[in-house]
Design a protein around this ligand. Structure first.
Ligand code: PAF
Length: 318
């Protein structure tokens, strides 16, 4: 029924629920999540609701993408609140919303082992800091796509590298699905929305505010080059971002300019309208009672994508 939330705990119940839509040739949109839902996830669900009359949102904390057992154990699990948010979204959008809430055995009938590696795009940025992470992501997204069999997969651009990994996975495995990339959702202070933001104390949040501002400084360098018709120097972009971001209150994991499709670092100059990913990951210390000693935050802007640049500048008020 439209405007309602259904819950399926295993792939058989999911197939029974979705098969009539499939037989009728209807679109099915899919938003994979690990729960701890926030308004960034709900924006993905709302976007999915504009693409299909049936939307599936999975809630599954995937063990194969965590580097450390402690991180997996500490990952927030807020199922009741998640389901309430999804029920609201269903009522608001009028779609049939299906929450797929599988257990490990349903997703990995042969045990939770990493089986897929999509290659070069996993080697740098977050892939370098979190070895094996993207193999786990590719493996679980492959398993979820086989269970849900959507026509559209909606992923957020905040995890740009993850989006590229998933695009590669879809091509590699021949999944018959369109991958739709949704813009990053930002809070009023420009900070990209993330489940981890709830772990930031006031000082950590203040440090986090420099992340979008640093990216905006990179945008300014590119815009100046564009105005002058001059090539873009990636080092100048990184220097401008560092000038805003660097500080003793955070530790930079990486601040990198990269090819947005291959996810390899770019150092040589490129045309002023060329596409360049400016991506950052930092660790900020937080005294929040639920936080580990440091909280890892990521963000990026796609330079050369005028809309993405502008959304970021608007969010930081520049
Ligand atoms: O982005 C996430 O929440 C996860 O990496 C995903 C895509 C749901 C796979 O577990």
């Amino acid at each position: 029924m439209s405007g309602t939330l259904l819950r399926c705990d295993d792939r058989h119940a999911l197939a029974t629920t979705l098969d009539p839509s499939r037989s009728a040739g209807e679109q099915i949109a899919f938003v994979p999540t690990m729960g701890a839902l926030h308004h960034g996830h709900i924006a993905l669900v709302e976007r999915a609701a504009t693409l299909a009359p049936t939307v599936v949102a999975s809630i599954f904390v995937n063990p194969t993408q965590f580097d450390a057992a402690a991180d997996l154990a500490a990952y927030p699990r807020t199922l009741d609140a998640d389901l309430a948010l999804l029920a609201d979204a269903a009522a608001r959008t009028g779609v049939r919303l299906v929450a797929y809430v599988p257990n490990v055995a349903d997703v990995y009938p042969d045990g939770p082992a990493t089986t897929l590696h999509v290659g070069e795009v996993t080697e740098h940025l977050c892939g370098a800091s979190r070895p094996g992470h993207f193999d786990g992501v590719a493996t679980v997204v492959d398993a979820l796509l086989r269970a849900v069999r959507p026509t559209v997969l909606v992923m957020g651009r905040k995890d740009h590298q993850q989006l590229v990994v998933v695009r590669r996975l879809v091509a590699m495995q021949g999944h018959d699905v369109v991958v739709d990339a949704a813009p990053t959702v930002r809070d009023d202070d420009g900070v990209a929305v993330s489940s981890r933001n709830r772990l930031l104390d006031d000082a950590a949040r203040a440090a986090a505010r420099r992340i979008p501002r640093a990216l905006a400084a990179g945008v300014a360098v590119v815009r100046a080059a564009r105005t002058d018709g001059a090539p873009v120097d990636p080092e100048a972009v990184r220097d401008a971002a560092h000038a805003v971001l660097d500080g003793e209150d955070l530790r930079i994991d990486y601040l990198e300019t990269a090819d947005p499709d291959r996810i390899v670092p770019v150092d040589g100059s490129l045309a002023s309208d060329g596409r360049l990913l400016l991506a950052v990951a930092v660790h900020v210390a937080s005294a929040h009672p639920d936080a580990p000693p440091t909280v890892r935050l990521i963000d990026n802007v796609l330079l050369g994508d005028v809309e993405d640049e502008q959304r970021l500048l608007d969010a930081v008020g520049e």
